[in-house]
Write a protein that binds this ligand. Structure first.
Ligand code: SAM
Length: 183
């Protein structure tokens, strides 16, 4: 739960540092709806999506439970093939997906995110480094972790890195990046 708390805090910090007005934000994959209170706090309109209908249902229940009223649409969708027009989002949030998919899918997803987003991307991935979590759990087979240089090279192909924030320097390998897609 601490990690989820920290992830929300990092997304909040990224959103706070965006100067432009955010009207429409995408949360894909929304999963279990973890970001509901962040969305409520910032007040923009949200389109929440996930490839899994079951996860989408869980997300809807969590948003209802948290009285998150700003989700204007739920959509079952594949992030590599989004059914949206160009440049409709001011910001796209993509948490905890990139480290689970191979590089070819990452790149396809990032190009698709760039197509539909005119402003910013807030994205997380797992990075190779020695945290307590790596020492305790070892290398997890469901994760495709990158080193930071490689991740930066991939991100630099679609935008300008504004900042990286480590979710927890001790307990997690996850890094959250704010990327300006208009530069
Ligand atoms: C670990 S969960 C993360 C969910 C949420 N972002 C969070 O941080 O709690 C990964 C999610 O990615 C979704 N997913 C996997 N492949 C996807 C794809 N190609 N397009 C959209 N969602 C996908 C899964 O259904 C799952 O809900």
């Amino acid at each position: 739960m601490y990690i989820a708390y920290r992830e929300k805090k990092c997304v909040d910090l990224c959103l706070n540092s965006i100067k432009e007005n955010l009207e429409l934000v995408s949360d894909i994959p929304a999963g279990t709806g973890k970001l509901s209170d962040v969305h409520t706090k910032h007040g923009y309109e949200v389109i929440a999506g996930d490839i899994s209908a079951d996860m989408l249902k869980e997300g809807i229940m969590k948003h209802q439970w948290d009285r998150c009223k700003n989700v204007v649409m739920y959509i079952q969708t594949d992030i590599t093939d989004l059914d949206f027009k160009e440049n409709i989002f001011d910001c796209f949030i993509c948490l905890r997906l990139m480290h689970r998919v191979p590089d070819s899918i990452k790149k396809q997803a990032l190009l698709e995110i760039k197509r539909v987003t005119k402003g910013y991307l807030i994205v997380s991935t797992g990075i190779f480094r020695k945290s307590i979590s790596t020492m305790v759990n070892g290398k997890r087979s469901d994760r495709v972790r990158l080193n930071l240089d490689k991740w930066e090279r991939i991100l630099n192909e679609i935008g300008h890195i504004e900042k990286h924030i480590y979710v927890s320097k001790i307990f997690s390998n996850e890094i959250i990046t704010l990327l300006n897609l208009s530069k």
